[in-house]
Structures are given as structure tokens and as C-alpha cells.
Design a protein around this ligand. Structure first.
Ligand SMILES: NC(=O)c1ccc[n+]([C@@H]2O[C@H](COP(=O)([O-])OP(=O)(O)OC[C@H]3O[C@@H](n4cnc5c(N)ncnc54)[C@H](O)[C@@H]3O)[C@@H](O)[C@H]2O)c1
Length: 365
């Protein structure tokens, strides 16, 4: 096994690629980013310049030929995750795949199988497993602070994504449930100790952005677990005022609430505005809530640091392809439920689905 810092390549040079590059810089002792690949060379070069990444590629397959590269992170649109994972694994490199894992359950199976056959790790980039405030809530729950936990709620809301591909269901696979509900599904499952899922009930609609997308821009998803607990997952691309990310935990012996941004924020009034307040905030004038150490508070550096340690076999992956596949199955069930207006039991593995959202448009019978 190679020694020293894990050599990392990033695929993509957009929003999340920037977060990965910055995260490795914040916790640099286990890994270093040595390459970036993105079809728009100007963008890749800009990212490389900003973070001192020495090698730039326009085709990620050329980057995969670099012998010393050990781990590759995928920050490309959802529809590309599957092929990229297979190519990375076949090149003998470990994979970090951004959420959601892929488009279909068949893809999820093949991603997991290929990585297993090639002897590489498939790590699923769900940063909520590393978000310090949420980790604290789970630690307290695991210590018995709330007694038997019967409901966990996660919600994530803003006014819609920054890049056009998110709005195109052919590239994204679905709207806000696919984009952000995947976080809540993974979170509730993980928080409760990964119990079996009984069924899923979901309501969704396109309330504000029907001019832009066929995808849903608001969703409410209820997941019932076998250990007599429920997850409530609320997501929106229709909520004004910047990013909101919150959890609530209810047990027979207690309760806790955590707002990822509030409580880390500085309640601020500015007549003139300033550089940056918080993700997706439309303005910095008037009353705003600028956050500090935003990436740290989300857990991105801790997540990437953990994945690099897994490559060196110092830790076992806390978020894997199996987590991503389960989320995918719940997404299928949620779209089907929204299409049918009733609960859908798991296991739910219809074959031949092309995009999860198709199950909302045309539920399988
Ligand atoms: N964990 C999180 O909280 C989080 C946040 C944002 C995005 N994401 C995920 O990260 C992924 C990327 O989202 P984003 O917001 O960075 O999108 P983005 O549009 O900002 O960036 C996408 C990047 O992919 C690149 N790309 C497109 N086709 C490519 C190809 N064939 N080869 C290599 N690169 C290619 C684009 O050039 C661009 O640089 C998505 O799957 C998204 O769901 C996760």
C-alpha cells in the first residue's frame, strides 16, 4: 500500500468540486489533490490555480491513466455518476461519489459490484454523517438522552439550484427530493442506527418553478422504520431567503433541535451589503445571517479526511455504496408513492426505470 498522503483527483470543477478542493486544504494531513478533470478547461484551470492543483485534464479518462492517483471524487451531474464510478474502479482507484449515488437501482448494483470486483472502495459522499451539530445530536441519542427515539426530522430548503442541469430531469433524475431529499433519507436512516425500512409515503408538487422544470420543487416524505420510528423529510426549491438545513429529534424521554446555520450565524444588518453571507442567500443587504467556517459546520473537510483515512485502512467507511443504494430505493418508493397517493412498501425494486421521477409521472402497477 502506498504511504504518505493519499493522492486525489477531482472530476468536475463546479460548485461541489470547489467544496472538495477547499475541504482537502482545510484538513491537509491525510490527502492532497493532485489533479482535476473537467470538460471546460478554463474552469478546471481556474480551480487548479485557486487551490494549487498541479495537473489539469479535459477528459477524466486521461486523468485516470495517472499511475499515482489513488482516490477520485465525482462532482459531476447525477446522470454521469454511474459511468464515472465504473471507469474509476476499472482504473484501480478508490471512488468518492457525490449524492445521489446514481439514477437507477441497476446502476447502483453495478457500481457496488464493479468496485468490489476491482478491490476498491466505493464511498458515498453524505456529509450529514459528519456535520458536527448533527453528530452531537446522534451522540446524545446514542447515549440515551432522549430515551426511545420515535421521530427524526430533517429538512433542507432554498430557492433552487445554481446550475441548469439540476432543473433538467434527464440529467438530474428528479427535482428537490432527488437533489436534497437524498440527504434526509440517508440522515434519518443513519441517525436511527440503520433499521430496516417498512414503507414510504410522499407528497410533492411543482409549485413555483414550473416554467423551468418538470421536477418537483417541494416534497414531504415520511419513512416508517421497523424499529417503530419514523423519519420526516421535508425539502424545497421554493423557499426564499437562502439555505435552511435543520433537524429535530423526538424521543419518549426528550427532544433536541438543531439548525445548521442559525446559532452559527451572526445576526447582521447592513445598509450597504458585503461579500458573502451563506449559501444561496440572494443578498447581503438588510438583515442577514452570515455564517463562519461554513464548510467545517457542514462536515465536508471531516468527511474527505475520513475517506482518505479509509484508503489508508486507518478507518472503515461510514458512508458506502450500500447507503447510496438504499437511498435510491427509497427515492423510487417516494416517487411511486407521490404518483399513487398511497404508502409504498419496501423492498421496492421495479426494473427498467430510467429516471426515478418517472415513477411520479407514471407509477408502475
Ligand atoms: N453534498 C452536497 O451537499 C452537494 C452539494 C452540491 C452538489 N452536490 C452534488 O455534486 C454533483 C455536482 O453538483 P455541482 O453543484 O457541483 O454542479 P455544477 O454544475 O456546479 O458542477 C458540475 C461539474 O461537472 C462537470 N462535468 C459535466 N460533465 C462532465 C464530464 N463529462 N466529465 C467531467 N466533468 C463534467 C462540469 O463541467 C462542472 O464542472 C451533483 O451530483 C450534486 O448532486 C452535492
Amino acid at each position: 500500500m502506498p504511504k504518505g498522503r493519499v493522492k486525489v483527483g477531482i472530476i468536475g470543477s463546479g460548485f461541489e468540486a470547489d467544496i472538495h478542493a477547499a475541504s482537502f486544504k482545510i484538513m491537509p494531513d491525510e490527502a492532497e489533490v493532485v489533479a482535476v478533470a473537467s470538460p471546460t478547461s478554463g474552469h478546471a484551470e481556474k480551480l487548479a490555480g485557486q487551490y494549487g492543483i498541479p495537473r489539469v485534464f479535459t477528459d477524466y479518462r486521461d486523468m485516470l491513466k495517472e499511475k499515482d492517483l489513488e482516490m477520485v471524487t465525482i462532482t459531476a451531474p447525477n446522470a454521469l455518476h454511474y459511468q464515472m464510478t465504473v471507469d474509476i474502479a476499472n482504473a484501480g482507484k478508490h471512488v468518492v461519489c457525490e449524492k445521489p449515488l446514481c439514477m437507477t437501482l441497476e446502476e447502483a448494483d453495478l457500481m457496488i459490484d464493479t468496485c468490489r470486483k476491482q478491490g476498491v472502495l466505493l464511498m458515498y459522499a453524505e456529509e450529514l454523517f459528519f456535520t458536527p451539530k448533527y453528530v452531537k445530536a446522534k451522540e446524545m441519542a446514542d447515549q440515551g438522552a432522549f430515551g426511545k427515539v420515535y421521530m427524526v426530522k430533517q429538512c433542507e430548503k432554498h430557492f433552487g439550484p445554481h446550475a441548469p442541469w439540476f432543473w433538467d430531469v434527464n440529467q438530474s433524475g428528479g427535482g428537490v427530493l432527488m437533489d436534497m431529499g437524498c440527504h434526509g433519507i440517508a440522515f434519518c436512516h443513519w441517525f436511527l442506527g440503520r433499521p430496516k425500512i417498512k414503507n414510504v409515503f410522499c407528497q410533492m408538487g411543482t409549485y413555483v418553478h414550473s416554467d423551468k422544470t418538470k421536477g418537483e420543487d417541494n416534497s414531504i416524505c415520511i419513512v416508517e422504520f421497523e424499529n417503530n420510528a419514523v423519519g420526516l423529510i421535508e425539502d424545497s426549491w421554493a423557499r426564499r431567503g437562502g439555505m435552511e438545513d435543520r433537524i429535530e429529534v423526538y424521543g419518549e424521554g426528550g427532544v433536541t433541535y438543531a439548525d445548521l446555520h442559525m446559532g452559527n450565524a451572526l445576526p447582521t444588518y447592513s445598509e450597504y451589503g458585503f461579500g458573502y453571507a451563506v449559501e444561496k442567500a440572494p443578498t447581503t443587504q438588510g438583515w442577514t445571517y452570515p455564517v463562519f467556517e461554513e464548510l467545517w459546520n457542514y462536515g465536508f473537510p471531516q468527511e474527505m479526511h475520513h475517506f482518505a483515512r479509509c484508503v489508508r485502512a486507518k478507518e472503515a467507511p461510514q458512508a458506502t455504496g450500500e447507503d447510496g443504494r438504499l437511498v435510491q430505493e427509497v427515492l423510487y418508493a417516494a416517487y411511486q408513492s407521490a404518483g399513487q397517493g398511497r404508502k409504498v412498501d419496501l423492498p421496492f425494486r421495479p426494473q427498467g426505470v430510467k429516471r426515478p421521477i418517472d415513477l411520479w409521472f407514471h407509477p408502475v402497477t
